[in-house]
Ligand binder design. Sequence first.
Ligand code: CA
Length: 228
Amino acid sequence: MKGRILVIEDEVKIARFLELEFKYEGYSVEVSHDGREGYEKAASSNADLIVLDLMLPGLSGIEVCRRIRRQSDVPIIMLTAKDDVTDKVMGLDSGADDYVTKPFAIEELLARIRVALKRKDRGILNDKNMLKSGKLILFKDEYRITFDGKEISLSKKEFELLKYLMENKGIVLSREKILDRVWGYDYYGDTNVTDVYIRYLRSKIDQQFKSQFIHTVRGVGYIFKDEE
Ligand code: CA
């Protein structure tokens, strides 16, 4: 599978056409015909890219785009109905990565999707400022964490521990390893300190938001995973 695309487009015919074309290209596709529902899908699903129509019932494309941007850096390609400069500017201002004017050639849209996804992949490798797992975003430079756009207040050590866990998503980390990396080799205090701080993180994130990112691997240590 090449990636997941969420199509938010109220014109059923166009939405259906896009769905078939994207599936043919090997993407998995989810469709919404309404702005509000589309936004909710964008917030809850793990789409790799969103194709977003500008004129939508429920919430306008601009508003959907703004709301998604508050919590996610997923690439958004806007479909603008007219060849109108203000529409494009508004679309880009609201956080869209690119736009395609209707009527569009499907090849052009597919090409822009490939570019946006490539940029995104590079972004994950190069974007030194952001770690993401579903609704949880860690901004490295700013020492800031948000869940679903809400700020989580962490101490410096809690932040560093979470950062280390997220950087090693899907990898089991032993207590010793965590201790070395987060507290440093010269730490001679109680090794239980990792358990204590994991407990802090769990109460501030997993318990608070009813999520499950941090898992215990009995007898070994801990692992950070995307939510199922
Ligand atoms: Ca429309």
